[in-house]
Ligand binder design. Sequence first.
Ligand code: ZN
Length: 196
Amino acid sequence: MICKCILLISTLIVVQCRSILKDEQVEIPKIILKSEWSTKSIKAQVQRLQENPPSYVVIHHSATDTCTMRAICQARIRNFQDYHIKTKKWNDIGYNFLIGEDGNIYEGQGWDVAGNHTSKYNEMSIGICIIGNYNNRVPNQAAIRAVQRLIEYGTSSNKINEKYSLIGHRQAKNTNCPGDKLYELLKTWTHWTKLM
Ligand SMILES: [Zn+2]
């Protein structure tokens, strides 16, 4: 009886410790919703990911000026949305998420949705755009940390396959995106994958 009790108590402690550990590991990042930055109400139906959780994370840069204040970042994002709708003729902004050098994460298409950012990968990836031009420098620490927090949360909540491959846009298309310096940095991240 005593043995059983000890066993039960120790099992309970282990289970509780595990759940505490799990809660501590997964920080839910603050994500600024599209409804907070967009003035448009878009009725078009979104396309769900074909592979969910997706096995790729594709990193982009916007190749524009950066932003270190939320109001400026939101103005830039509205410009991208306009460009994607008016010039590219897409239904909405193409990226799943955007990151500013203000350290904020902005929702684009969000989780579970196939964006419009990397042909052949849209249905099986989350596309993250870091606002700025990263040919000659890397994004600041606030932006890097925001990307990492977002991916970490994605894998912990089953929104990104935990065995995901991280790639830069240039690996899937003849483009300079996400910029030389940012691409060099991505290659040092553990999930970065060389495509065949
Ligand atoms: Zn790109």
